[in-house]
Write a protein that binds this ligand. Structure first.
Ligand code: FES
Length: 150
């Protein structure tokens, strides 16, 4: 039996859909039940931290999978990335006034998809930061004697 909160988030999920040009995307599936969840995030850089300015999800799955997706996006919105990584499946389940034991794995999907979206954002940011350095080195190595100022 689902709680009122689960039914509310299942019937009227928050943040459902895609984000165009997301900064990070995370998809996870559960091979046993076949449910699949994708989380999209937009990240805004502040002085000291990076925060989730927008978050949406697409889920093909059971009522609990949809409700936990909806709840994890609500919990993650406006949190900085390190805080968002600390959201646990228990936090999601507690915020939904509990989940039946057989449905606790649905909240794993939600937190895992969020984590993957954050990891995706961070790995893209690392690649971006490393690219210019590489190009500069290549230029120095390939064209050492073509400096017109010499
Ligand atoms: S039954 Fe598997 S995610 Fe809900």
């Amino acid at each position: 039996m689902y709680s009122k909160s689960v039914m509310k988030h299942f019937m009227r999920p928050k943040n459902q859909g895609q984000i165009k040009n997301p900064d990070g995307v995370g998809t996870v599936g559960n091979p046993t039940c076949g449910d699949i969840m994708t989380v999209y995030i937009k990240v805004k850089k502040n002085k000291d931290a990076e925060a989730i300015s927008d978050v949406k999800f697409e889920t093909l799955g059971c009522a609990a999978a949809i409700a936990t997706s909806s709840m994890v996006t609500e919990l993650a919105k406006n949190k900085n990335l390190d805080q968002a990584l600390l959201i646990t499946r228990q936090d999601v389940a507690d915020s939904l006034e509990g989940l039946p034991p057989a449905k606790m794995h649905c909240s794993n999907l939600a937190t895992d998809a969020l984590r993957r979206a954050i990891e995706d954002y961070r790995s893209k940011a690392r690649e971006k930061a490393e690219k210019p350095k590489k190009n500069k080195k290549e230029e120095e190595i390939i064209f050492p004697d073509t400096d017109p100022r010499k």
